[in-house]
Design a protein around this ligand. Structure first.
Ligand code: CA
Length: 484
């Protein structure tokens, strides 16, 4: 009897499987447009909870209105290089030795080549891939975007750039005439697939223009969906804005804030041109647009992260909770907000799942496919922790987010604190004494996580490396001890 049943099941499966495979082959795979801004404050987009009243981002707000706004989106590190390394590899930077920014001005090191970037996984899975803007993940040939899975690259390889070509061209020429070989990253010519180009537009506009060009090119390529990583350097310093954008913010008295607001607005103008090109090429509905900042806003240079505590570089919420939204007409019909914690580490497994691509066999990803939970409105990591660890001299700034809880220890306070960031988003009421067991459990979590961290493969400046050795770092025993 059992054998007959098995035979019947087998016959039924033979009928079902081909039609199932056919259905998978026919399902259109989404285009993915990942837009990253640089040092963009949590409240410096109109769609953020507690949005700054003086910021204007109508195009982003319009997308958010029909998409999903993420109120508790985290990046893996509170400053640029390590955060971007995590975006591309799906790994905590501490697991791959990338927990410091790359050495300044033309470094010879880069994110280890054994790490398969998300671009490479998507390209191998049949996607047409492009990176536009800031790279900051290595400059030598083996670390170049074209070597890491991007068919197209337009932008600059360093950690930032000046915005007006008439200024940076002049400075570059002068340095060259003086015999300089290692140029300041911020003045080198932009490049297209490894070849220097003579850019003439304000850099934010140039990057938007190139994104539109890429989208138009992708439309002519019906065989392949696209993945575009659009990494604006705005509103990262230097604060430089166009007169026409500044004119819209003449009511802002503080000069830095006014320039910063104009730089954010220039990004938003670019988003409008990108949305228009997606619509004109009939790719709008099937394109998942993800927007976020690479870390918290820099409060010294015009950014506002209210209601979050502190900013760029901090283990408090202002350092690594970032503005984020997803827009995708084919999958999201009504605008909604999602308040459970998600991480930029989740993009890698989520994008691959949505693209129907198996994870590379050698991958050991730290995030997870969040899409089923997001669409169900449920937490994707109930009872699971997200970590931030910023090395500082002879100590670390460290935090753990788990459900509503945030455990944090900074060099400044020198002690572990516990906050309920669902009811106390600004981290004002320390509940460490009230909930010692929860705190201990979360500290145990991050301590356990730290065991598989690897030493930094580089330091941003020599002094950091000297201090690391002098202070016998990482000294995790002291960091994870709770003083009673
Ligand atoms: Ca940044």
């Amino acid at each position: 009897m059992k054998i007959i049943n098995r035979k019947l099941i087998y016959i039924a499966l033979c009928w079902l499987i081909p039609s199932y495979i056919f259905a998978i082959e026919k399902a259109p795979r989404p285009n993915i447009l990942l837009v990253v801004t640089d040092d963009h404050g949590y409240s410096d987009v109109g769609f953020s909870q507690g949005a700054s009243p003086d910021i204007k981002t109508p195009s982003l707000d319009s997308l958010a209105q029909d998409g999903i706004t993420f109120d508790s989106a985290y990046v893996a590190h509170p400053f640029c290089g390590p955060s971007r390394a995590a975006l591309m590899t799906g790994r905590y930077p501490h697991k791959i030795g990338s927990q410091f920014n790359l050495p300044v001005n033309g470094s010879t090191v880069g994110i280890p080549t054994e790490q398969v970037f998300i671009s490479k996984a998507l390209k191998q899975g049949g996607y047409f891939t492009g990176a536009i803007g800031k790279w900051h993940l290595g400059e030598e040939a083996q670390y170049h975007p074209n070597a890491r899975g991007f068919d197209e690259f337009y932008g600059f390889l360093g950690g930032g750039h000046k915005y007006f070509p008439e200024e940076f061209d002049e400075q570059y020429k002068r340095a060259k005439s003086l015999g300089v070989k290692r140029f300041n990253d911020y003045i080198t010519p932009l490049q297209h697939n490894g070849k220097d180009v003579r850019e003439t537009e304000y850099v934010t506009d140039a990057l938007s223009r190139e994104a539109v060009n890429f989208i138009n090119k992708a439309a002519n390529n019906e065989e392949q969906p696209f993945f575009l990583y659009l990494a604006y350097n705005a509103p990262h310093v230097p604060l430089e804005a166009k007169a026409e954008d500044l004119a819209k913010f003449s009511h802002i008295k503080d000069k830095d804030r006014r320039t910063y607001a104009a730089m954010v607005y220039a990004v938003d103008r670019g988003i409008k041109s990108i949305v228009d090109s997606l619509k004109a090429t009939e790719q709008y509905d099937n394109t998942m647009i993800v927007f976020l900042s690479d870390n918290g806003g820099n409060r010294k240079w015009g950014a506002v992260n209210d209601p979050l505590k502190e900013g760029k570089g901090s283990a408090h919420e202002g350092g690594h909770r970032v503005p984020m939204m997803v827009h995708w007409p084919d999958e999201i019909s009504d605008g909604t907000r999602y308040s459970h914690p998600v991480s930029a580490l989740d993009f890698y497994p989520t994008f691959l799942a949505l693209a129907g691509i198996d994870l590379p066999i050698e991958s050991h990803l730290d995030g997870k496919n969040i899409w089923p939970s997001v669409t169900a409105g449920e937490s994707a990591r109930q009872g699971e922790s997200l970590f931030v660890l910023r090395h500082r001299r002879a100590a670390h700034d460290v935090s753990v987010r788990r459900d509503q809880w945030k455990a944090v220890r900074t060099k400044k306070t020198g002690k572990w604190q516990l906050f309920d960031v669902e009811s106390d988003i600004s981290e004002t009421k320390d509940l460490a004494k009230k909930h010692p067991y929860i705190l201990q459990d979360m500290v145990n979590d991050v301590s356990h996580w730290s065991w598989s961290n690897v030493p930094p493969k580089w330091f941003h400046i020599h002094q950091e490396g000297d201090e690391w050795r002098q202070d016998d770092m990482p000294r995790f025993g002291e960091t994870f001890r709770i003083d009673k």
